[in-house]
Design a protein around this ligand. Structure first.
Ligand code: ADP
Length: 246
């Protein structure tokens, strides 16, 4: 692993079940994600996108192969160490924003630090909200915020620990296209201005076009990739993949 890689997967496979009913969700995948890069992961339903994210983020354990996050090899880590790594070195945003409804925006953002047993410095929480354009919404509860604002709170929460990698699983799926674009612009800015590493699963070629690199998964393997491609080229590649003969 070279120091400009935030994360590396070496020959990672993830199988579910056993015997005749074994499903190979990831099949011998080797990948590296450079620090400060923005990668989109696309592929037909069932191609292994979520499994890839979960294995890379330490939420799931590969059946074989190794995952290294910021120089730490995940294979063989105890559950406790893996939980600590997930809390402190990896950020996650989901399609459903997963905020706690009874907490304010500021309390939601501070949660990862509290879970890590640290007292959240108030100016750090305020700064995190400012970075996502919500400095004036710190005391609002999720129900008092729009979908786009809730996703931005989720983004601030994911970034409060300054993670090596931010994983985003269809972060714009539940948003209208205008609000979705705003969230993507925020992600892009965090990559460009702060050197954040982002890995995002999406179905949307327009969203994927904001990334530097697009990976296409088919049947648990990286079938193809595009660099610096526009939405039309990405959509054309997706259409072709969906008609790949099995
Ligand atoms: P995608 O995110 O691209 O839709 P997934 O990573 O969710 O794909 O799934 C890849 C394959 O692994 C699919 O065939 C899916 O049915 C299977 N799979 C995923 N999770 C499980 C599980 N917990 N148990 C059994 N099979 C699973």
């Amino acid at each position: 692993m070279t120091s400009d890689e935030a994360i590396r997967l070496d020959r990672v496979s993830r199988r579910y079940g056993g015997g005749h009913s074994t499903v190979t969700a990831l099949d011998d995948v080797s990948l590296a994600f450079r620090r400060g890069s923005f990668t989109a992961v696309m592929g037909p339903s069932g191609s292994g996108k979520s499994t890839l994210l979960q294995c890379a983020a330490g939420l799931d354990r590969p059946t074989s192969g190794s995952v290294v996050v910021g120089g730490t090899e995940l294979t063989g880590l105890s559950e406790r160490r893996l939980t600590l790594l997930r809390r402190e070195r990896v950020g996650f945003v989901f399609q459903a924003f997963n905020l706690l409804p009874s907490l304010t925006a500021a309390q939601n953002v501070a949660l990862p630090l509290r879970l890590a047993g640290r007292r959240p410095p108030r100016d750090r929480v305020r700064e995190a909200l400012r970075r996502v354009g919500l400095a004036d919404r710190a005391r609002h509860r999720p129900a008092e915020l729009s979908g786009g604002q809730q996703q931005r709170v989720a983004l601030a929460r994911a970034l409060i620990t300054r993670p090596e990698v931010l994983f985003a699983d269809e972060p714009t799926e539940a948003l209208d296209s205008h609000t979705g674009r705003e969230v993507l612009t925020l992600l892009r800015g965090m990559v460009d201005r702060e050197g954040q590493t982002v890995v995002m699963v999406t179905h949307d070629p327009v969203a994927a076009a904001r990334a530097d690199r697009v990976l296409f998964l088919v049947d648990g393997r990286v079938h193809d990739e595009l660099t610096g491609a526009g939405a039309d080229a990405i959509a054309a590649r997706m259409t072709r993949l969906e008609t790949v003969p099995c």
